[in-house]
Design a protein around this ligand. Sequence first.
Ligand code: HEM
Length: 452
Amino acid sequence: MADDFLSSQPQPWPPLLQLSAAVLFFLLPLLYLLFLRGSNGEARGRQGNSASAPSLPGPCRQLPVLGNLLQIGSRPHRYFQAVSRRYGPVVQVQLGGVRTVVVHSPEAAEDVLRTNDVHCCSRPPSPGIDYWREMRKLFVVELTSVSRVHSFAYARAAEVARLVDTLAASPPGIPVDLSCALYQLLDGIIGTVAFGKVYGAAQWSPERAVFQDVLSELLLVLGSFSFEDFFPSSALARWADALAGVERRRRRIFRQVDGFLDSVIDKHLEPERLSAGVQEDMVDALNTFAGGIDTTAITAIWIMSELMRNPRVMQKAQAEVRNTVKNKPLVDEEDIQNLKYLEMIIKENFRLHPPWTLLVPRQTMQPCLIGGYNVPSGTRVFINIWAMGRDPMIWDNPEEFYPERFEDRNIDFRGSHFELVPFGSGRRICPGIAMAVASLELVVANLLYCFD
Ligand code: HEM
């Protein structure tokens, strides 16, 4: 199951691109002469801001042009972890034409996310970047405000009640697909927040089902790497992407998303819906919530999997919720603040299973010092939070799911403790954090309360 979930992470190197990588490989000498020599030379010439800082360590065996690109495989966080075990917490790898630094320690993560936040908060140019820009623009105001998150409590309560009813009605002895149910629940909650009440309406189900497939594909496409990501501003890379059908696939998916959004807008323009107060919904949040559903759903599925794998933790969590909430059909959001063990379970889960294993990449806008090393401007920076969560220098028995470790350690996951930053930190912190946590707590508490 672990592997299933991990494989739902962004896939950096789909099979078609592997084929094209092989084609590129044979064109290496030509490519080298054409465009890389110049750009690398320039990169080497730039200096960081401390003359005494050592040069960045990292694997020195690199292919010309491709650098370490073929080594990263489909789970780059694992490759980077292996490199870091050999070379230290801050390592440099060459991904095609892009100099990349990967950070594996809380101190260096703080350098990126706090000390140099202003110099490291740019996203690297990429065909998918407009998505992130739009996401932030539309969501930051709406989702960061606690009152806004409270105002959607009705959507969370309705979807959780629907989930509990569906599970309770399933015949005894027949297995239930909890992953699918949780995905639909999060899709219902966040979809209502983004598109309005119309999203949860029964007559909308066929469109919603199609949209969910499109969203899954959209996430794969946005999460996957293209040649242009590694050879920015190279006409050859764009040509290779065109050959691999990357651009065509992107355009087709964006067209489908647009079609769906058009129907959402049409529904919202129906006069009877407007008079029913639907205008208060956040219709204008449009095509930006795909990542929010996926990350929250994957987290909920991981939590339930860990509870099933760890009966001791499950029983303790169940006892807590059942002793706290009494004589009510369902747990409500007010009860949640008294569930301290549940909070620790959520932290422990984020430590072991952050949905964004490497955070979203940043790019330095001017030279800066990270972990004591000079990092030139224009470097892509990844923070390997997956590896930090499993680092024995930071956590005792890191592979064990043991929520009690947070009893004595006052560590939060909201961006100020750099050993646990599943939502990032600083200017780029996830604006959906309050929405995600409120949904996760409510659904897990209710599953523990209502079912054995
Ligand atoms: C468990 C759930 C979630 C996790 C772990 C998560 C994690 C993240 C992370 C790591 C980033 C990048 C931060 C960085 O680079 O420092 C991010 C960005 C973002 N997230 Fe989330 N997220 C979750 C849920 C949501 C939800 C529910 C929404 C909204 C519906 C959302 C909206 C966004 C947006 C708009 C950005 C872009 C921020 C930017 O680029 O400036 N996220 N998220």
